[in-house]
Design a protein around this ligand. Sequence first.
Ligand SMILES: Cc1cc2nc3c(=O)[nH]c(=O)nc-3n(C[C@H](O)[C@H](O)[C@H](O)COP(=O)(O)O)c2cc1C
Length: 382
Amino acid sequence: MDIHLPFIPDSFTSGSQSLIHPLAIGSLAVSNNVALAPMAGTSDTVYRAICREMGAGLVVTELVSARGICYDPDLKRSWRYLEITPEAERPVAIQLFGADPDDFYRAILRIHEHPVLRQCDLIDLNMGCPVAKVVRGGEGSALMKDPPLAGRIIEASIRALAEIAAAGADTGPFSGSGTASVTKPLTVKFRKGWDDQSVNAPEFARLCQEAGAAAVTIHARTRDQFYSGKADWSIIAAVKQAVTIPVYGNGDVVDAPSARRMLQETGVDGLMIGRAAQGNPWIFQEITAELANLPKNGPGPFLGKPTPQARAAMIVRHLHGLVARVGERTAVAEMRAQLAYYLRGTPQAAHWKNIAMRAKTVTEVEAFLADWLLEMQHLVEN
Ligand SMILES: Cc1cc2nc3c(=O)[nH]c(=O)nc-3n(C[C@H](O)[C@H](O)[C@H](O)COP(=O)(O)O)c2cc1C
């Protein structure tokens, strides 16, 4: 798959007025500061490549269990979550979760023994997942309640990355990893805190920096909030003030105006976009163009809503990407959920989603899209 980046002229990305700019995350140069957030069930390798092509500067895998990797010698079970497509999606981060520093150490070594996975550009540590079965084991956002353990996990992970770099490019299990002698950066994603009584994101960010993280992402909600309520952007500003490493702000960026507001109100270095990017890869075109102050009517990227034809073509492309990866049956089942996102905000979306949910084959999805397009055309004409 071709990556048409950068579609924003350099004169825009480097201009002092532009809110879009490259980011240096440790040794890694990222072309712009708008990233796709990790999302289990959505941000797989197919969708990440699409979002990169649409302008996301960085993409992240969904969370993958560090212990799971340690107990999966051929990485067969973890592969669905770990898979990356280096030629189509770099720079890409692999996100790990767990609670035992040794698991992270071993998982990172294991990843870098693999000919494809070793080409990831970053390792990201999940310290923000709110899900009960994750926090029950002391993982995800539970680590915000145990900063010393979080620090040991970061240090163990960095030790693994340093050993990989020291192993060199010429020989040894890590040869060709592209990381020789330069330590691959490590990043951490966390929340505002566990609950309103224990907000500790700024201190936690400092701990990450002191333990060696090259950047952090702050999702501006507590664990108790899960995904509800408003994200508190003031905590993003506080985290930015607390550290000198780059900070990605996350939570409630839904379009170009909110992207601009988050950057201006918090002074944060970059943005990470989650739910608003589900079924809406165009959001990266919209936001990167707007932040670069590209003229609205000038030549360059598409700035409005996708046409029904563009939407249908993207769905077909996404579906075929999944089929090539996981086979028709699973691909169609997975695509049904994504289809609901793609149809969000279109006329009679609930009605059409119900019909889409019945599709079991690629042919049925394509027939559904043909009917849907006809109806959209009909609505436009009448
Ligand atoms: C369905 C779903 C899955 C998610 N999976 C992950 C994950 O695997 N790792 C992670 O760090 N965050 C995960 N998140 C959190 C998002 O990365 C992001 O922090 C959150 O959605 C807030 O950003 P938003 O307001 O832009 O959606 C997930 C969120 C959703 C909605």
